[in-house]
Design a protein around this ligand. Sequence first.
Ligand SMILES: Cc1cc2nc3c(=O)[nH]c(=O)nc-3n(C[C@H](O)[C@H](O)[C@H](O)COP(=O)(O)O)c2cc1C
Length: 389
Amino acid sequence: MPPITEIEDLRRIYKRRVPRMFYDYCESGSWTEQTFRENSSDFDLLRLRQRVAVDMAGRSTATRMIGQDVAMPVALAPVGLTGMQHADGEILAARAAEAFGVPFTLSTMSICSIEDVAEHTTEPFWFQVYTLKDDDFMRRLFERARDAGCSAIVITVDLQIMGQRHKDIRNGLSAPPKLTAKSLADMATRVGWGLEMLRTKRRSFGNIVGHAKGVSDPSSLASWTAEAFDPSLTWDRIGKLMEMWGGKVILKGILDADDARMAVKVGADAIVVSNHGGRQLDGAISSIRALPEIMDAVGGEIEVHLDGGIRSGQDVLKAVALGAKGTYIGRAFVYGLGARGQRGVTEALEVIHKELDTSMALCGRKRIEDVDRDILLVDDDFHRFRRNA
Ligand SMILES: Cc1cc2nc3c(=O)[nH]c(=O)nc-3n(C[C@H](O)[C@H](O)[C@H](O)COP(=O)(O)O)c2cc1C
């Protein structure tokens, strides 16, 4: 086994191991993929200030996210179909997160169900919901999450309607994959993945099939999702869903200071500055570029988190320096999972932790709470996009 030195090592192994349909599903953004690319490349517009002769002994990356102790300010983002990237993927990723001491967020569109993940873990995890029309279904989802001991819900507010990813259309993405000549030929070259998939019973949407009205078999799921999402979503509705849950709420998918102010108004515990990993509005600015204005607007009133484009501990450090209390990784953990299962997710977390710890030290800081904008050198271009220009 080659040593894993960076997240890119895991991506390369992942690409060889998982059917193309699922690799493409992960490794793509909407339309031209500009926002998807810039989520990562915009981190390059921030540089770190090297400091020397600062006592670096006794450092720690430990901190808190929504009042919860975390080993570093990094959670696993909700990722649909994780159980197609590796058999039982959500359970494996949740276990890796738990052992590492970081939060795991289960997507509604997961393969393993809420109950399944709860049964195979011991720590409470976070549960992500979309804003669906059906109140009964939402109520039951919240009940199930409560029964499973979930400590917070993440309401995703940037997917009332779906952005288009060309590759998913071309590949005929589905879970389980439809057996066509193309998908069979693809899967035939992914033997390890296929054998593990044959060994598990978890191959469809565990939170939905058998729970949502009119969805008893996976083939009707596409029509259910098309009908279930709520194009008439408003802040009122978000407030109602928060009431329905009654516990801690993180609103995910805020990219604008005005929306951040609304999130404060409805009483969310935290927001995630996010553009859904560049999978929704192509042409939107990267999350890292959106962060400073949002911090200026609401940083004193609400906990602000960020996701999008994080592929290293240096990226985490930059987001924290701009004020994020926590970050999330999506693709970075999926690469690890697809490459090597639970061990791969652990390796992804280890890589990011080591990079974060060492880079923080080389910037002359010993604790996450001591990291601030002062450690950054900012390219003039970073603030290039302004409203009403
Ligand atoms: C394959 C894939 C599936 C995703 N599914 C969901 C989902 O079910 N719910 C959700 O809120 N966000 C979903 N996201 C968005 C992530 O939660 C997160 O915002 C994004 O991945 C962060 O960007 P990064 O992948 O560059 O870290 C998904 C992202 C990917 C890559």
